[in-house]
Design a protein. Structure first.
Length: 95
């Protein structure tokens, strides 16, 4: 599958909220390896987000929040913290 930029997986509204969280310093304890990117995001509560990777491509994403959007602002904030350029950095996608 062709690589796409991770920010294409989110709505503009979710990206904006995620960027604001990232800018406010809400993302902490970022850890990453070849299988996942994970971190804690402090919003109105403490949330834990994880992005699962396979062969350098995003395979799945999950967050402990109860947001009904498929991909929430906490995951977007985590990805901004991991990759601040967002639009400039392709991370493959298998979703």
């Amino acid at each position: 599958m062709d690589k796409i930029r991770w920010n294409q997986l989110f709505t503009p509204r979710t990206l904006k909220k995620g960027y604001e969280l990232y800018q406010s310093g809400a993302v902490e304890d970022i850890q990453h390896n070849e299988y996942a990117i994970k971190g804690s995001i402090f919003d109105d509560d403490d949330y834990y987000s994880i992005v699962y990777l396979r062969d350098g491509m995003i395979e799945d994403m999950d967050c402990s929040c109860e947001n009904e959007d498929e991909y929430c602002e906490h995951i977007a904030a985590l990805l901004y913290a991991y990759d601040p350029k967002g639009a400039a950095s392709p991370i493959g996608n298998k979703l």
